[in-house]
Design a protein around this ligand. Sequence first.
Ligand SMILES: Nc1ncnc2c1ncn2[C@@H]1O[C@H](COP(=O)(O)OP(=O)(O)OP(=O)(O)O)[C@@H](O)[C@H]1O
Ligand SMILES: [Mg+2]
Length: 465
Amino acid sequence: MLPINLLKTSTFRLAVLYLGLFAASAIMLLAYVYWNTAGFLVRQTDEAVQAEITGLAEQYAQGGLPLLVHTVIQRSRDPGSSLYLVLDPGGRVLAGNLDVRPTGEPGADGWMDFIYSRKGLDGVELKAARARAFVLAEGFYLLVGRDVQERREIESLITNALIWAIVLTLMLGLSGGLFMSRNMLARVDEINKSSVEIMGGDLSRRLPIAGTGDELDQLGRNLNAMLDQIEALMIGMRQVTDNVAHDLRSPLNRMRNRLEVTLLNDMSPDEYRNVLERTIGEADHLLTTFNALLMIARAEAGSLRESMTNVDPAAIARDAAELYEPVAEESGFAIHVTAEEGLLVRGNRELLSQVLTNLIDNAIKHGGQAGNAEGDTSSIDIAVALNEDGRVNMSVSDHGVGIPEHQYGRVLERFVRLEASRNTPGSGLGLSLAAAVARLHGGRIDFTNNEPGLKVMVSLPAVAA
Ligand SMILES: Nc1ncnc2c1ncn2[C@@H]1O[C@H](COP(=O)(O)OP(=O)(O)OP(=O)(O)O)[C@@H](O)[C@H]1O
Ligand SMILES: [Mg+2]
């Protein structure tokens, strides 16, 4: 499976492409080396022969055939690689160190390559030679050349070495490319395997990160971040369904049972009306709980982040206060708003308003002992201000019983209601929603003792105006 896989990978194709480029430049380099070594030898031989021909031509011009023959006889005595031959028109050897006129025709450039035999110490040797031949006046024949046996051997040594160099380069490049792409492939395989497992339902698994910081790592990190988000959404969903199952089912059951019992008994219309009114009240409560749960889930899912706009916290505070004014008055509270103008936070207006109304609702509901016998009204103070570290603080303070310090963390949990509030209506979700919304906006919720009472502060990052 692996080799076929390997050929299909883009890494491998890239490796082959690089190998091609690499090989091409290596071959060009080696060709240059060849030109300067073996090619140089060839050119040097030819130039030496050419120089000799020029020399002999001068002799011939000066002294005619006799001087030429004389010079050839003299030069032929020197042991060396020069070859000469002068023949008369009848083909007899007049001078030179070759025995016979070599067979073979000269090439287009006038040079001929041939094999000649030479008697050595250990018998007759066949050797390679290269020469030019001329027909002189009256049919005399002159050949000037060089023994190139040794040169040919050097040349083939060089050529062999260069060929091996190319083969080695190709092999190294290919195996390097294979190694590289196989390594890459192993990592991609791992990512594939992990994603199959994740798709199989193990949402807590994450893709492996090699720690090299390369593109594959980056990809893995991004996918992991995506998985984190999906997991958080799933957990949020599950929590909502769990909560709905646990906390809405029993009140619904209770309601249903009571209605059933009511039907079994004969009752007066007034009694029936009474039961129906209670049922409507309970249904309202269920609906409120249900809405609160959904809103918490939405805030926790974080998907509302895209719909955030710049909102004015002072306006939100004033609107919420206005909305609660009648209820507060009825319960003997006066609401005071102190809001700094011109501040902006990035957020979802609906959710932020909900947070403030939840806090005001708490202050009224749990703030307690307002509107006492003397007709005093207790105050609920709403403040919006920018603090030193660039955050907008929105606070709601009351003068009621407050929350014991060790319960500060607990009241933020879902469905938590303190003992003191047993007789007030509510489902214990108001502060959970406030906390979830604060988190969604990159902020947090803090409680302080208002001595007496409670001060709840929501701090959100401010937008630079
Ligand atoms: N201003 C306050 N003063 C005293 N106790 C408070 C105050 N605000 C909240 N609490 C306590 O914290 C608990 C949790 O508050 P939370 O708003 O989450 O729920 P709730 O008000 O009881 O119900 P819900 O808001 O869902 O109608 C309350 O039941 C109450 O005991
Ligand atoms: Mg509340």
